[in-house]
Design a protein around this ligand. Structure first.
Ligand SMILES: [Fe+2]
Length: 185
């Protein structure tokens, strides 16, 4: 199902208490995704639903492999969430590259087909323009913060270094689409 209110409740249920900072981030991404969806013309609530659910795999009662896009997507599939949303969560923000760093590249690719679309781009954009505390942030600053939070040599830092060019290009494409849509109004 693609139900924004349900997605918000589900995310709150699993994240708000055990991971309040992560929940702040998710609230920022979810609310921002609702606005970006209106700007880029997502009629079907896919982007907003995925925005609210994208980090649910961090929840202690959902985490399994420790790779949150995979754990979250598996959980959401079991919970009957719309398959398109499930796959967007599985591959959010260049997750395939991080999966490869973790030796899970084939697992992720086989279990969840990757959607390449304006909606997938926009989900990355919302995630990468929202700080860990849920506030707006520029993409380069977000990348710097992630590198310093995890530290040199960490898997996530290696992943971010590899993914940075794609993240920056994807965010730029989405900003251009939003600017175009505002210009049409
Ligand atoms: Fe996120």
């Amino acid at each position: 199902m693609r139900d924004i209110a349900h997605a918000r409740k589900l995310a709150a249920h699993h994240l708000a208490e055990p991971l309040p900072r992560r929940w702040n981030h998710v609230q920022g991404v979810g609310a921002w995704a609702e606005q970006v969806a209106a700007a880029i013309g997502d009629q079907e609530d896919v982007l907003a639903t995925a925005g609210w659910l994208h980090d649910i795999g961090y929840a202690p009662d959902i985490a399994d492999t420790g790779f949150h896009p995979l754990d979250g997507a598996r959980f959401l599939r079991r919970a009957g969430i719309d398959e398109r949303v499930v796959c967007l969560v599985a591959h959010h923000t260049c997750a395939q590259l991080e999966a490869e760093e973790r030796g899970l590249g084939d697992v992720l690719a086989v279990e969840f087909p990757r959607e390449r679309s304006e909606i997938a781009d926009a989900l990355l954009y919302c995630d990468m323009t929202t700080s860990p505390d849920g506030f707006p942030v520029a993409v380069p600053d977000r990348l710097t913060e992630i590198r310093s939070r995890y530290g040199p040599g960490a898997i996530v830092t290696r992943f971010i270094n590899r993914a940075a060019p794609e993240i920056l290009a994807t965010a730029r494409r989405t900003e251009e689409r939003m600017a175009k849509s505002y210009a049409l109004v």
